[in-house]
Write a protein that binds this ligand. Sequence first.
Ligand code: GDP
Ligand code: PGA
Ligand code: MN
Ligand code: MN
Length: 605
Amino acid sequence: MDAATTAGLSPAPTTHSRLLAWVAEVTALTTPARVVWCDGSDGEWQRLTGQLADAGTLVRLNPELKPNSFWARTDPSDVARVEERTFICSVDPDDAGPTNNWMAPEEMKQLLGELYRGCMAGRTMYVIPFCMGPLDAADPKFGVEITDSAYVAASMKIMTRMGTPVLDVMGADAEFVPALHSVGAPLAPGQADVMWPCNDTKYIAHFPDTREIWSYGSGYGGNSLLGKKCYSLRIASVMARDEGWLAEHMLILKLTSPQQKVHYVAAAFPSACGKTNLAMLEPTIGGWKVETLGDDIAWMRFGDDGRLYAVNPEYGFFGVAPGTDDSTNPNAMRTLAQGNSLFTNVALTDDGDVWWEGMGTPPAHLTDWHGNDWTPGSGAPSSHPNSRFCTPISQCPILAPEYDDPRGVPISAILFGGRRKTTVPLVAQSRDWIHGVFMGATLSSETTAAAVGQVGVVRRDPMAMLPFIGYHAGDYLAHWVDLGKDADPDKLPKIFQVNWFRRGDDGRFLWPGYGENSRVLKWVVERLEGTAGAVDTPVGLVPHPAAIDTEGLDLAYADLAAALHVDPTEWAVEVPQIAAWFNQFGEKLPGILWTELDSLKERLR
Ligand code: GDP
Ligand code: PGA
Ligand code: MN
Ligand code: MN
């Protein structure tokens, strides 16, 4: 069957025969009512959002407050990534490793093939050509998402470079990652649609050997915008392993000191642990400047000069809404104020704006993320804790001009961070690359609402990549070790560990965080430039409280000291946990990481 004739629309705007064949195959399997090739134009966005507003999935916000922006509410069961339903379907089960769910590729394809049969009936199938990273890259990474969700099509326009310009560069035979998505909610003739179609059965399946993605049953961002986690992390991490680069869950920022020295910093924190905020940080210390390059994903490869260069493959921000306001992240607020954004599972104000927890005093009345009346006395939060804004990166007022440079930016420092109430100091520098890889490999964090499941449980999250490594985590750690072996140690980024979330005995955060994190970045830069001292502790090089610039900061010395404190008794508890964590990787774990654990034990004595 020919996709274009099925659609009854204009012919497919490409001569790419593999793409045409795949679209025809999916059309025959899923039997949509029509097929639309997305061109990425503003007119198309107007059409899609207009249709979604007519259908009740989107509510147009007040154009004077948030121009060209919309409010969406999901089904209350479809609010976050579903790690339990996420599969790495490698041919060899050992390639998925102990940290991923695995199913044999042919078994998964059979199972999903049945679910996909007729699953787009009554719906429009959108074909979305996209490119992760700049289109003028030497080796552009293409994908094509097929989806039956107009919400996904509209979101992909914000999050990726997509549409006709991508097809033009793809030409007739470029490689691309086929990424198939369905909400799994076919419509019988005459059947009325629901506001947020989805299915209780969900699969987020990856086929790393053939570089394919099949997603079913969820419309939520991380499960449905397949260029993001599925392609740019899970599939790309496999490409990176094979091709000698890194696909990481990292923000990228540009830091300029008062002396006009520039350093690029990448930082990996688990979902909902501060990447977007740090990426857009407004320094509280004079003369320092932060510019944003990316807030979630970094692709890093060594340049000819031996330095590690990072590119943000995305084109928008998909940020956690609660906690974002003019005091914590003013640059996110400025980005959103320009409009052209989608808001999902936040609250709606009576004058047609959005509101969420953390924006100061709540209004007297809101419509909450369930669509119900909400007042400050309601008890439950008005917005889901994983509610999100989706907004174009180009609107960020502190966007670094280099964000679009296909060569990327040379990284001076990598930060690994987590959300830990205890134990982990505000900042510690690793002794060398291997010790830094050990810090990343043993990173731990409390779970958050970004994934379905219990919140607040401490788990190991290597390089903040636990849910995103597309292969065996032991091989992944070995890849990090190997990259360092082949590199010039003077040119490798220096590795640091941070924790903005340590608490006092009374439960308060010890460190004010947000813009004040610039004070930690300053110490990091001073370490890079060899101008700051550090205390040699069992877990790394930690600043003496006096080495952190606290000018103008209203913070008790005791709190800063407690935030920086390395307590050997707390760390003694970590050691057996790290050993148990390492043990599950068996032979795959690089022996040098066991050596690092031994020397940590030794230093704690
Ligand atoms: P991301 O998901 O890693 O990008 O994390 P975000 O930057 O969106 O932050 C997730 C949540 O943590 C939000 O509610 C933020 O307000 C909060 N957060 C971010 N940075 C800090 C910080 O430095 N200190 C504290 N206490 N909270 C933070
Ligand atoms: P986050 O992105 O890291 O900004 O939370 C979404 C996610 O990781 O699920
Ligand atoms: Mn993320
Ligand atoms: Mn984020």
